[in-house]
Design a protein around this ligand. Structure first.
Ligand code: FMN
Length: 192
């Protein structure tokens, strides 16, 4: 089985104040076959270099968005990145096949507890439901959508639990790099 090159787009608007994402990120930095690309560090004013980002995508097989949940979605630069990088004729539409067959995953942290993210809970929706625009983005670009890697209660959880979660994250990305990819997680009906 050939190895897969993993590109982690790290999007934390306030990395210096991060508890959870900084530990998860530190656990994967320097891993063979894993590139960590800090979007806010590269583009503090949100002016994304489209050609650079597209080149990076072409050099990798797996795309990971790592970010805190903000207003039940991703920080602004993720949206800006999608809107500018995923061009018609490149990522979708006529001739737009550059991402076809790649894998897509999200590693998200929430301030809310896991019990909030259910029907009847404080957040009302599950994480996969809230991430559906990303699932559909991946589907539209012909990418294989993988289950999200979720860290709940990210502000209050014990340091030891964050450390354990970081070990899990590292193991997951190492497995993906080896080609041991989790089963797809599509909620979109197969015929669509
Ligand atoms: C602007 C903003 C919006 C947020 N929205 C949510 C949200 O919708 N759901 C949630 O669970 N946490 C929300 N949070 C909390 C963050 O997700 C949480 O602080 C983060 O995941 C902690 O990770 P970190 O230690 O890496 O910063 C929000 C935080 C900010 C600053």
């Amino acid at each position: 089985m050939s190895t897969l090159r993993v590109l982690v787009l790290y999007a934390h608007p306030n990395h210096d104040m991060s508890r959870t994402n900084r530990v998860l990120r530190a656990a994967i930095e320097g891993l063979a076959g894993v590139t960590v690309h800090d979007l806010y560090d590269c583009y503090p004013h949100l002016f994304v270099d489209v050609r650079r980002e597209q080149r990076l995508l072409l050099e990798h097989d797996v795309l990971v968005f790592q970010h805190p949940m903000q207003w039940y979605s991703a920080p602004a630069i993720v949206k800006e990145w999608e809107d500018s990088v995923l061009e018609n004729g490149w990522a979708y539409g006529e001739g737009g096949d550059k991402l076809r067959g790649k894998h897509f995953m999200q590693a998200v942290s929430t301030g809310g507890h896991s019990e909030s993210y259910r029907h009847g809970g404080k957040a009302h929706f599950t994480i996969p439901e809230l991430l559906r625009p990303f699932e559909q983005m991946a589907h539209y670009c012909g990418m294989v959508y993988l289950p999200p890697f979720v860290t709940h209660d990210a502000r209050d959880t014990a340091d030891s639990e964050i450390a354990t979660q970081a070990v899990r994250y590292r193991a997951l990305l190492e497995a993906i790099h080896r080609g041991d990819v989790p089963a797809p997680f599509h909620t979109i009906p197969a015929e669509d």
